[in-house]
Design a protein around this ligand. Sequence first.
Ligand code: NAI
Ligand code: A1CAB
Length: 277
Amino acid sequence: MKTELSLALIGGGNMANALASGLIGRRCAAGNVHVIDPGEAVRARWDALGTTTAAAPDARLAECRVWFFAVKPQVMAEVVRQCRPWLRPDTLIISIAAGIPGEALARWLGADGQPYARIVRCMPNTPALIACGMTGMAALSGVDASDRALAEELLRAVGEVIWVDDDAAIDAVTAVSGSGPAYVFLFLEALIAAGIEQGLTPEQSRQLALGTFHGATQLAALSPDSPAVLRDRVTSKGGTTAAALAVFQDRGLPDIMREAVDAAARRAGALAREFSA
Ligand SMILES: NC(=O)C1=CN([C@@H]2O[C@H](COP(=O)(O)OP(=O)(O)OC[C@H]3O[C@@H](n4cnc5c(N)ncnc54)[C@H](O)[C@@H]3O)[C@@H](O)[C@H]2O)C=CC1
Ligand SMILES: O=C(O)[C@@H]1CCC=N1
């Protein structure tokens, strides 16, 4: 077990917790993880895991090879600047903040007009909590092959990873897979409620809806056929599925999805304008 890696988690909330659950004991010893978070209750949880903690950036950051920024976009600029005094030439920066461009991070961490480009921007999602995450990643120019491999290995500890060519594409990743679990949960809620209206008990409807999502997504992942072909195979001519799909089409489900994903991507752009000046 390679546990010598030293990692700083800057922001110790939901997503940091998900990442740590995949890494501590496997890739990092708890004692090599340093968590910065002003929340006293948050720090107490990390202390119980055996990490070190601090309420604000401190000198231990200089000993950490990887800094993982997991604070809200609204506070990123200030937090990154507070951490900067402990930056070393080989520090690998990984940021998961929605909407904050790598270029802004590079500027905030730079010195003498020189941006710091050893930065990987990535967008995981909450199923990372059960090691079923989906992460999109983009590397800035200062990231060499070994840093890239390290960043990928860290995010792989909580699920699957894809690389996108440039930082701007992370906004699209955010709109599809970062926010995506919420779309799936909304769909599930609606399907469960509809099943109850049809006379099923809440538990029956929940089991049927969850089992269907699980089975259908597994089939789509494992089958060589496209989701459209698989959908067609469920849909008997003049049958029940056709009746339901006609309602989805009439109500414009594909348009609703396009507009929703576009709204998320545009919000990512707006966050960048608001919080990365
Ligand atoms: N929740 C999600 O589904 C996803 C969130 N993200 C991104 O991850 C980031 C964190 O989100 P969550 O973990 O959901 O939020 P969270 O609210 O659970 O965690 C944020 C943590 O940052 C701490 N914090 C606040 N000010 C701080 C400061 N000055 N220094 C250090 N820590 C500070 C808070 O006490 C909190 O524990 C956000 O930028 C979000 O855009 C990315 C992918 C998915
Ligand atoms: O809603 C948000 O802004 C964050 C980013 C992706 C998921 N949650």
